[in-house]
Design a protein around this ligand. Structure first.
Ligand code: MRU
Length: 351
C-alpha cells in the first residue's frame, strides 16, 4: 500500500505495525470496534496517523449508526473512538472534525477524513523540508541525528515528522548517520524506525534507550530530533517516553534538541505541559518483551507511554508552517504561520 493508513473500497486499510519488521500485513477494517482495537494495541500509531484513523473511524460509525436517526449510539461510538488513546491530541481532533462533517451523512465524514489525510501528507513533506534546513543550519555540516520512537511515514501517513527530517537530510546527502533509540517497551525505534531507514538505505545504528544520553555526552551526535503527540501553548511537548531524558542530555552536551510536528499537534486548549494527560499502559508491556517474560508474573510496573519536555529544553519547534526558535526567545504566540513547502517529493513515500 502507498500509505500507512487509507480508505480503500469501503474499508479502512492500515499496515499492522505490531507485525513489523518481520511481516508486512495490511488490515482491512469495517467495524469501529476493530479500529479501536487496532488503535489500542498500536497496530496504527503516531499522532498524525491516529488523527486520520479517528476520522475514518467516524465514517465507520456513521455508516453503522446514522447520526440523523440514531444519534445516541453514534455518539457513544465516536466517544469510545476519541478516548481510545488520550495523549496525542490528533486523535480527538480527527474524530471531532469528522463528527462535524457527519452532519451531512457518512459521505460528508468521508470527504472530511480524506481531506485530513491529504492535509497531513502535505504537512509531513513540508515540515521535513523546514526541519532539514534548520538541521543543516544548526549543525553547520553533515548531521549525526539521534531520534526516539518512530516518526516516519508509519506514524504520519507519509514521509514523517522527525524521521522525515532525517530522510530528507539523507536525500540531500547531508546525513552521516541516524541513531534511533530502541524505545522500550514496545520498541518502535528498534522495530519500525530501523525498518523505515533500511528501506531508503539511510545509514543508521540502533542504541538501547539508556545509551542515548551517554552517547550525547561523548559527542556522538550533533542533533536530537523528535516528534510530538501534543504541544502545549507554553511550548512544552509530550512525546514518547525517553524524549525528556534525551532533551536533558542534549542540554548537558550542548547539542540542539528539535521537535518536529504538524500544526495539528499544537493544542490551543492545553496551556501548559502539566495539563497533558499521559497514557499509562499498565504492567504487562514492561514485564515482558514481545511475549517473553523478563520479570515474575504479577510484578507491578509503571508504564507511562509518554513524557513531557519543558520548552526551555527545546531549541526549536518545527511545524509544516513555521520554525519557532525557542532558544532565541520566540514562542508559539510570537511566530505567525507561514507557507507550506512541497518538500523533496522526488524521494517518494517510504511505505
Ligand atoms: O505510542 P506511539 O507509538 O503512538 O507514540 C508515538 C510517538 O511518540 C511519536 O513520536 C509521535 O506520535 C510523533 S510521530 C509523528
Amino acid at each position: 500500500m502507498a500509505r500507512t493508513i487509507d480508505w480503500v473500497d469501503d474499508a479502512v486499510e492500515l499496515i499492522d505495525q505490531t507485525r513489523l519488521p518481520q511481516d508486512e500485513v495490511v488490515l482491512r477494517i469495517t467495524q469501529v470496534d476493530d479500529l479501536i482495537d487496532a488503535i489500542s494495541r498500536l497496530a496504527v500509531r503516531g499522532a498524525p496517523a491516529l488523527g486520520v484513523a479517528g476520522a475514518f473511524g467516524v465514517v465507520l460509525a456513521a455508516r453503522a449508526h446514522a447520526p440523523a436517526t440514531d444519534p445516541d449510539t453514534f455518539g457513544v461510538e465516536v466517544a469510545r473512538l476519541r478516548n481510545a488513546r488520550p495523549t496525542a491530541v490528533n486523535l480527538a481532533r480527527g474524530v471531532d472534525l469528522a463528527v462535524t462533517a457527519a452532519a451531512d451523512g457518512p459521505d460528508g465524514a468521508l470527504a472530511a477524513a480524506r481531506a485530513l489525510r491529504d492535509d497531513e501528507v502535505a504537512a509531513s513533506w513540508s515540515m521535513s523540508a523546514y526541519g532539514a534546513d534548520l538541521a543543516e543550519e544548526l549543525v553547520g555540516g553533515a548531521v549525526r541525528a539521534m531520534t526516539v520512537c518512530n516518526t516516519g511515514g508509519l506514524a504520519a501517513v507519509e514521509r514523517g515528522t522527525a524521521l522525515g527530517v532525517i530522510e530528507e537530510l539523507h536525500e540531500r546527502g547531508r546525513l552521516v548517520e541516524a541513531l534511533p533509540i530502541e524505545t522500550r517497551p514496545l520498541l518502535q525505534g528498534g522495530r519500525l524506525t530501523t525498518w523505515e531507514l533500511g528501506r531508503i538505505g539511510a545509514p543508521h545504528r540502533l542504541l538501547v534507550d539508556s545509551a542515548g544520553p551517554f552517547i550525547l555526552s561523548r559527542g556522538g551526535a550533533d542533533l536530537v530530533v523528535a516528534g510530538a503527540d501534543r504541544i502545549a501553548v507554553d511550548g512544552a511537548t509530550a512525546n514518547k517516553i525517553g524524549t525528556f531524558s534525551l532533551a536533558l542530555a542534549a542540554r548537558y552536551a550542548g547539542v540542539p534538541f528539535v521537535i518536529v510536528a504538524p500544526e495539528s499537534t499544537v493544542d490551543p486548549g492545553t496551556a501548559t505541559g502539566d495539563e497533558i494527560e499521559i497514557e499509562d499502559r499498565g504492567p504487562a508491556e514492561v514485564i515482558s518483551v514481545r511475549d517473553t517474560p523478563i520479570a515474575l508474573p504479577g510484578t507491578d510496573a509503571l508504564n507511562p507511554a509518554f513524557d513531557v519536555t519543558p520548552a526551555d529544553l527545546i531549541t526549536a519547534i518545527v511545524t509544516d508552517r513555521r520554525v519557532i526558535r525557542l532558544d532565541r526567545g520566540e514562542t508559539l504566540a510570537s511566530v505567525p504561520l507561514g507557507e507550506r513547502r512541497a518538500g523533496d517529493r522526488a524521494g517518494g513515500a517510504v511505505n
